[in-house]
Ligand binder design. Structure first.
Ligand code: XBP
Ligand code: MG
Length: 253
């Protein structure tokens, strides 16, 4: 079947947003709330096993003892999580607005190539919609959100990655079968979600996800690559010209 659409993950795929973006915003929200919590890069790497910022805070509370019952101000856990996550999103979108988080190599090139080739574009992400808009408008193009027919993001589905829900929503909104689409992801949770929706998946790893299990990936690379700056192939299909093109994605099975 012909390739008709590409469905992109956001965090770790479009841009390296986690260590120097989301993590910094979470810590700023904790300080603002007068909490002595601090997620260093190593701890955050472990917490990334849980998709979703609100879910990640709840997991931290449950597993770190930080939410020990009876501690001052920690009785209304749901309210605390909502307040912390709203503050974190405010800090994160403010950071994005400064252009602090650039797109990964090859992302803008492949998106433009895909548009020129008439491929339809979509996003399937666990992050909050406002984070997607802020990243796209500042780091890609002011009108870049309109390049994507659908941006399936955050709480719009009952179960976040690794559940397939967000990809199934994107496919439903595209009105395309999985066989005519291809997903681009960065993490094990992500490919479990995309493969769960029946999607061929290309993985571009990052420092947090390099050692994870990408079973079922069409190709696993250290990035999409650029002319003159080839991608390193870790497993699976190799880009014909050293960097991933629409032709590669069309032919890779
Ligand atoms: C990655 C996530 C998100 C972000 C934080 O999303 O798991 O939860 O870490 O964003 P993806 P929020 O890789 O699917 O793009 O705090 O808005 O959830
Ligand atoms: Mg991701």
């Amino acid at each position: 079947m012909a390739l008709r659409a590409l469905i992109f993950d956001v965090d770790g795929t479009l841009a390296d947003t986690e260590r120097d973006g989301h993590r910094v915003a979470f810590n700023a929200a904790f300080v603002e709330a007068g909490l002595d919590w601090h997620w260093d890069p190593a701890l955050y790497g472990h917490l990334l096993a849980v998709s979703g910022g609100k879910e990640r805070i709840r997991h931290f509370l449950a597993t770190s003892g930080a939410g020990r019952a009876g501690r001052a101000g920690l009785t209304d856990i749901d309210g605390l999580i909502a307040t912390l996550h709203a503050a974190k999103t405010r800090h994160y979108t403010a950071m994005l607005a400064t252009g602090a988080i650039p797109l990964r190599a090859g992302v803008a090139r492949l998106l433009c190539e895909a548009r020129a080739a008439g491929l339809r574009l979509a996003i399937a992400t666990t992050t909050s919609p406002e984070n997607v808009s802020a990243l796209l408008s500042r780091s890609l193009a002011p009108d870049a959100a309109s390049w994507f027919e659908t941006i399936a993001a955050g709480d719009v589905v009952p179960a976040k990655k690794p559940a397939p829900d967000i990809y199934e929503l994107a496919l439903a909104e595209l009105r395309l079968p999985a066989a005519e689409c291809l997903a681009i992801e960065d993490s094990e949770n992500g490919i479990r979600a995309s493969r769960g929706a029946g999607l061929r998946t290309v993985v571009t790893v990052n420092d947090y996800t390099r050692g994870q299990d990408f079973t079922g990936a069409v190709s696993v690379l250290d990035g999409l690559g650029e002319p003159g700056s080839p991608a390193r192939v870790l497993a699976g299909a190799e880009p014909r010209r050293g960097y991933v093109t629409v032709d590669d994605l069309t032919n890779w099975r």
